[in-house]
Design a protein around this ligand. Structure first.
Ligand code: ANZ
Ligand code: ZN
Length: 822
């Protein structure tokens, strides 16, 4: 029997016991299923603070739900393909698998030392053939549904990673994913992984046709009520649906179509502009080398805000007015947006306004604000008027509101038609790198690309140590040279591998049935467990992983392999762990290693500090002081329990004194408040309550001989309320209090009832204390030593006794709400 708390001993002991007893194994016929998931990590070497925070959040929540009697699926796995592993392996001249497996072993054992309660039977590792064969299988199903396609075109190329990138993986230099794949005003676009400026290349590549789901994905966002509004906004923006119209302008080269969201401004078109790559541009410059050279100078990729163009000498005819307007080739017209051509309306579009100012083109106003007279129009000489309004200078449409005018013009102009366009592009999944899922395709000269038959899956990666540049698979003859499955002639295997975001787009399905060797997942079990009730992970995936997963889930549902169409019901992006307000990063040299903290103070201390410091979505500073105080609390908790169990201080059967009733009410109110905290992911508030109860019990025994039953109920309550966050010390305490079984499997405490009024009163006190603190803060009184607040119920609301001690002076006494504020 130990006197002081030895965290290393205690933590290892309980980790071993949980494992022996399969406490966290979850059967498949679970009743009341709930699915709690952290984004699975890249096995990069060691757990860092970000991981630890992420996993502690879901672990605490999963443990809480389990104590509430729910069956909780809380699995862990490894997003283990990808460039980081490949590069690390190249550096060390070992095989990426070897490096990856080492990292996985290290991280798994660190996770166990942190006390995370995962069902390790369900571990999935994406770089293993038993996982990635299902990427190949799913790819084939997508292909059969017309959702996978090989096509040529301009793709993003990272010269440093030597591979193409999906649009979602290109960021602007500031580190933000651009608002949409196009038209982000000349910001430098860089690789999401290495920050190298991306180039464009024209290549034949495999795409998954996420654009087919653009409307579904957009409409589905409305149902994601438990996602942060910011993330929903980012996804809406990324999909970028624009309702507008197409309309044709006549030219000497035939009619040329434009896309516009503002057909109502048709009478204000004073120029016409083509993308440098537009077909008609090519025809126009064909016989004019000078013009061709000038057009060649235009660089749509240029990282400048200036808008450059070349007048072609040609004119386009406005279909409504018959007016002839000059045709320019301009760098701000993007080839793959709309039709690659636009009507320029400088009076009402900012970019057109800039361009017209630069090239001395007429700026004409055809829309005015609805509530202003025609004499009092919005000023357009300095900038465009971009809102809707009523039409002027537009022939018979004068006085018609914008929205109506758009409809009328679609009716009136022969070539005009409704058209919806999206910013979203198809998902480019080919990668010219080794460490990924081989795309299961064989290229045959006769038959074209042919899918590898299901019975030949998986197409396994050839084994060797990759080289520093390019894709070494191309050199492996035994891999490349094969036969066409259709015609039997010699053919070549595809050497590109899949984007690793394919792996992570459905791993949450695999967790529901990783034992199934014949299907990617068991439909029935997936339907039982999904959607994921609580999904926690970094905001950097707002438009990558989270959009791809939504798409893949919907596509799989449409193949009738699944009944749900949104995979994640609640998404919580966790905040950052910082040091002095700055993100921890190895380049700044301000990294606190969770492993060292664990060794010095124990996992419970790290977990308790992290969860107590702020609510999960907020950033917070790592402080040595905070760590120490959590550690002291854990020791004090255990010593109190040990002391009680050993009879070190007297207790008595004295349950009917006012003080005992008061403590009993406090216990109930604490349960109520802490439960609400856990339920709402405000663990910090739940912990403040639980810690408050522990200190109350301390005072109880200092002031009097506590009632045995009340005191014990207080301890048993505190232990259970703390168990989700500090699982080891609470197991030890639970056993010390002579309980059978694990606290991890104990029932969540219930208040004895009738605490509502009491809880409200407590809240009033608590809120007031916070208000007082805020007011003192404004008054420049820092660190008041004590704020005592008492409510007198008969004074009704907010007439309070407040005593504040600072610098040994009592600063205030009884005040009313108003007095408090002055
Ligand atoms: C005429 C017009 C008048 C437009 C007006 C807008 C305002 P936003 O502006 O983001 O909603 N557009 C069409 N094709 C383009 C291309 N290939 N490259 C660059 N821009 C193109 O996007 C819709 C507008 O983008 C379209 O509506 C068109 O300009 C321009 F007062 O047409 B608009
Ligand atoms: Zn790169």
């Amino acid at each position: 029997q130990q006197d002081t708390y030895d965290h290393a001993d205690v933590e290892q002991k309980w980790q071993a016991r949980w494992e022996e007893s399969d406490v966290f194994r979850i059967p498949d016929d679970a009743t009341d299923p709930s699915y709690v998931l952290s984004m699975f990590p890249y096995p990069s070497g060691d757990l860092h603070m970000g991981h630890v925070r992420n996993y502690t959040i879901t672990d605490a929540y999963a443990r809480y739900k389990r104590m509430q009697g729910e069956s909780v699926l809380h699995p862990m796995g490894w997003d283990s393909f990808g460039l980081p592993a490949e590069n690390a392996a190249i550096e060390r001249e070992i095989h990426p698998r070897e490096w990856t497996m080492d990292c996985i072993d290290t991280m798994r054992s660190q996770m166990k030392s942190m006390g995370f309660g995962y069902d390790w039977e369900r571990e999935v590792t994406t770089c293993e053939p038993d996982y990635y064969r299902w990427n190949q299988w799913l790819f084939k199903r997508f292909y059969e549904e017309g959702l996978a396609e090989r096509k040529g075109g301009e793709v993003n190329w990272c010269p440093s990673c030597e591979t193409v990138l999906a649009d979602e993986q290109v960021e602007t230099e500031a580190g933000e994913t651009p608002e949409g794949p196009h038209g982000d005003g000349g910001a430098v676009e860089v690789c999401w992984r290495c920050d190298t400026p991306v180039e464009t290349r024209t290549l034949d590549q495999w795409f998954l046709k996420i654009t087919e789901y653009a409307d579904d994905l957009l409409d589905g966002i409305d149902s994601l009520e438990q996602w942060p509004e910011s993330v929903r906004g980012m996804q809406r923006n990324w999909i970028g649906r624009q309702d507008g119209a197409t309309v044709e302008f006549g030219t000497d080269y035939g009619p040329v179509e434009v896309f516009t969201t503002r057909l109502d401004t048709l009478y204000g078109a004073t120029f016409f502009a083509l993308a440098p790559d537009h077909e008609v541009t090519r025809e126009i410059v064909a016989d004019d080398p000078d013009l061709a050279a000038a057009v060649d100078e235009l660089d749509p990729e240029a990282d400048t805000d200036e808008k450059n163009g070349v007048f072609t000498g040609e004119y386009a005819t406005n279909p409504a007015t018959g007016e002839e307007i000059p045709i320019y080739v301009a760098d701000f017209v993007l080839a793959d947006v709309g039709t690659g051509a636009l009507m320029g309306v400088p009076g009402h579009d900012e970019r057109d306004h800039e361009f017209a100012t630069e090239y001395d083109i007429e700026i004409r106003q055809v829309v005015v604000p609805e509530d202003e007279g025609e004499s009092d129009t919005a000023e357009i000489s300095e900038g465009a008027y971009t809102d809707d309004g009523v039409l002027v200078d537009s022939g018979k449409y004068d006085g018609v509101p914008s929205a109506e005018a758009r409809e009328q013009l679609i009716e009136a102009v022969d070539s005009a038609a409704h058209h919806t366009q999206y910013r979203l592009r198809d998902w480019l999944i080919s990668r010219q790198r080794y460490w990924g899922t081989p795309i299961p395709v064989i290229h045959c000269e006769e038959c074209g690309p042919v899918m590898v038959p299901d019975e030949d899956l998986p197409v396994e990666l050839p084994e060797f140590v990759p080289t520093p540049t390019g894709n070494p698979i191309e050199e492996v003859e035994s891999f490349v040279e094969t036969e066409c499955p259709e015609c039997g002639t010699p053919a070549e295997r595809e050497t590109d591998t899949m984007d690793t975001f394919v792996d992570s787009s459905w791993y949450f399905l695999r967790f529901t049935s990783p034992d199934r060797a014949d299907v990617p997942f068991d439909t029935e079990r997936a339907n039982d467990w999904l959607p994921v009730d609580e999904y926690v992970g970094g905001i950097e995936h707002a438009v990558m992983h989270l959009l791809y997963s939504r798409f893949v889930t919907r596509a799989i549902a449409d193949m009738e392999l699944l009944d749900i169409d949104e995979p994640f019901e609640h998404y919580l992006p966790q905040g950052m762990v910082q040091l002095d307000g700055a993100a921890m990063s190895s380049s700044k040299g301000n990294v606190v290693s969770p492993v060292e903290i664990m060794e010095e103070y124990g996992a419970d201390t790290a977990r308790l500090f992290m969860m107590g410091a702020a609510r999960p979505s907020k950033d917070f500073d790592w402080t040595e002081r905070g760590v120490r105080s959590s550690n002291e609390f854990i020791r004090r908790l255990y010593e109190t329990i040990r002391g009680f169990a050993d009879g070190d201080f007297p207790t008595a059967d004295a349950g009917d004194r006012p003080i005992d009733a008061y403590v009993a009410r406090e216990i109930d109110a604490t349960i109520t408040e802490a439960t609400e905290g856990y339920e709402a992911f405000r663990f910090n508030e739940a912990l403040r309550e639980a810690r408050g109860l522990v200190s109350l019990l301390g005072q109880y025994r200092e002031y009097t001989t506590p009632d045995t039953a009340t005191f014990e109920r207080g301890l048993r309550t505190a232990v259970r309320l703390l168990a989700p966050v500090a699982p080891h010390v609470t197991e030890e305490s639970w056993a010390t209090l002579d309980n059978e079984g694990f606290v991890a499997e104990a029932a969540w405490p219930d208040p004895d009832g009738g605490v509502e009024d009491y809880t409200a009163e407590r809240r009033l006190v608590e809120n007031t204390r916070e208000d007082v603190r805020d007011i003192l803060d404004v008054a420049g009184i820092e660190n008041p030593e004590r704020i005592e607040v008492a409510v007198a119920p008969e004074w009704k609301h907010r007439a309070l006794g407040v005593a504040i001690e600072a610098d040994d002076d009592v600063v205030g006494t009884v005040m009313t709400d108003e007095e408090l504020r002055t």
